[in-house]
Design a protein around this ligand. Structure first.
Ligand SMILES: Cc1cc2nc3c(=O)[nH]c(=O)nc-3n(C[C@H](O)[C@H](O)[C@H](O)COP(=O)(O)OP(=O)(O)OC[C@H]3O[C@@H](n4cnc5c(N)ncnc54)[C@H](O)[C@@H]3O)c2cc1C
Length: 437
């Protein structure tokens, strides 16, 4: 069946967790809508990540309110279990999702309301468009990446497993959640690994019998509306792998990974690193200890009886790679054959040709409500708060966006019908029966 000639009230683009959440809230509010997904539901979880990935948060936390995972609440779901979860969730309320249809262009209509939407399966007219195409759309490899080299280079988005890489040592650039997990997996598979560590936060996996997801929740950190000054571009290093452990860079070094500072430049086979490893580790430690302090204060203030954990404050000695940091490395001599760029992602809204972007292509919006009336964003990092791009957070943002859409529909119903009280969702007050004059 083609989507040609379809007229929809609200078109949701993308059926990842954001699109599914959006559809649930629109359904609850009775807003007619269609979700178009170019691939499959939750495709990013299905095929866009490495084979062994598990969620970074336990399933009691990393889920939507309406459905629990069928595994132990403190467990970390494997990536395919997460994808299965969102498929089941969408089935639960019969979400109107069409898979295998790509949205290629959206333009505002001239002289009449709504948008013309070009898809891989025909043209649609939509009153509103919600862009739920993900926080991580285009893998970013920085311009310093060496060109014309025999080195095997890939982004973390393309990494699947150690067997995929040619024999030899690996340089992993970037030590956020992806970089540390990939470096750890490669080292455990017998590879020699160099891990380039920049600025990072590294909360304890758990402290005093509570996972860090719980701590960030009760301490209000998931709800923070803006990143702390100076920490806007700081990555967060956490992992649910092997039951979930705190990311401790000194422990990774003890295990055999060679830590280096920020990757600075390539010159032929030679790479240089900034002399900032000690500082980066120190700031990561500060972030770690600040969370322990905040947790202790919260426990004291609320009189909670949670077990003490003094060992959480013990620090491993600095390994040689920290006390005598490598500032330059001859990749050929070191046997490095692959570079994995765990350097993050950018968004790509080239298909959304409306007036709500900065010159740099950054979406302009307030809590997902864009500057272009009728266009909405969902799932972007910091859309309304820190939790916005994560599983639990996007559901709440979707509720806000759906409410906004429902309100706009009421304004439109008024001008069409001239009967503001004739909306179906509210009882009508009978003035004569309450004695009004
Ligand atoms: C390695 C990694 C691990 C993560 N782990 C966690 C975690 O443990 N817990 C957590 O809460 N978050 C985690 N996240 C963050 C976040 O939850 C995921 O990135 C999640 O996939 C975002 O969901 P989304 O629906 O916003 O975007 P996506 O999952 O990217 O979904 C967007 C969908 O839109 C579709 N699409 C894009 N363009 C078009 C188009 N033009 N037409 C039609 N369809 C289109 C795509 O095919 C895709 O299915 C992780 C992210 C990464 C990268």
């Amino acid at each position: 069946m083609t989507v040609e000639q379809i007229q929809v009230d609200t078109l949701v683009v993308g059926a990842g967790q954001a699109g599914v959440a959006m559809s649930e809230h629109l359904s609850k509010l009775g807003v007619p809508h269609l979700v178009l997904e170019r691939s499959r539901v939750a495709e990013a979880w299905r095929s866009g990540r490495w084979d062994s990935l598990v969620a970074n948060g336990p399933v009691w936390h990393d889920r939507f309110p309406g459905l629990e995972f069928a595994i132990e609440p403190d467990a970390f779901a494997a990536k395919d279990q997460v994808a299965d979860y969102f498929e089941a969730y969408a089935r639960k309320f019969n979400a109107p999702i069409r898979t295998g249809v790509e949205v290629r262009k959206v333009q505002r209509n001239v002289g009449r309301p709504g948008f013309t939407v070009e898809t891989s399966d025909g043209v649609i007219q939509a009153n509103r468009v919600v862009a739920a195409t993900g926080p991580f759309q285009r893998p970013v490899i920085p311009p310093i990446a060496p060109k014309g080299t025999a080195l095997n280079q890939l982004h973390s988005a393309e990494y699947r497993n150690p067997q995929q890489l040619p024999e030899g040592a690996v340089l992993v650039v970037g030590a956020g959640s992806s970089g540390v997990q990939i470096a750890d997996e490669l080292q455990r598979a017998g590879r020699q690994v160099y891990l380039s560590v920049g600025a990072h936060d590294r909360p304890p996996r758990s402290y005093r019998n509570r996972d860090f997801c719980w701590w960030l929740g009760v301490l209000g950190e998931w709800d923070a509306e803006i990143a702390k000054p100076g920490r806007e571009h700081v990555t967060i290093a956490v992992s649910g792998a092997r039951g979930g452990q705190t990311i401790d860079f000194r422990a990774l070094a003890q295990q055999g990974i060679t830590l280096v500072g920020l990757t600075q430049a390539f010159d032929g086979d030679r790479v240089t690193f900034r002399a900032d490893l000690v500082d980066n580790l120190a700031r990561g430690d500060e972030n770690y200890l600040a969370l322990l302090d905040a947790a202790d204060a919260y426990i004291a203030r609320n009189g909670l009886h949670l077990p003490l954990e003094p060992e959480a404050r013990q620090r491993l000695p600095d390994p040689d790679c920290v006390t005598q940091p490598i500032l330059a490395l001859d990749l050929l001599a070191a046997g490095v054959t692959s570079i994995i760029w765990a350097t993050g992602y950018a968004v790509d809204f080239s298909w959304l040709q409306v007036d709500t972007f900065t010159e740099q292509g950054k979406p302009l919006h307030q809590r997902g409500v864009s500057r272009e009336p009728g266009v909405y964003f969902l799932g972007l990092p910091w859309l309304s708060r820190r939790g916005s791009s994560f599983i639990w957070g996007v559901w709440h943002d979707a509720k806000h966006v759906a409410d906004h859409i429902a309100t706009q529909r009421k304004y439109q119903a008024y001008s069409d019908a001239r009967q503001p009280s004739a909306t179906a969702d509210a009882p009508v007050l009978n003035l004569s029966s309450v004695g009004a004059h």
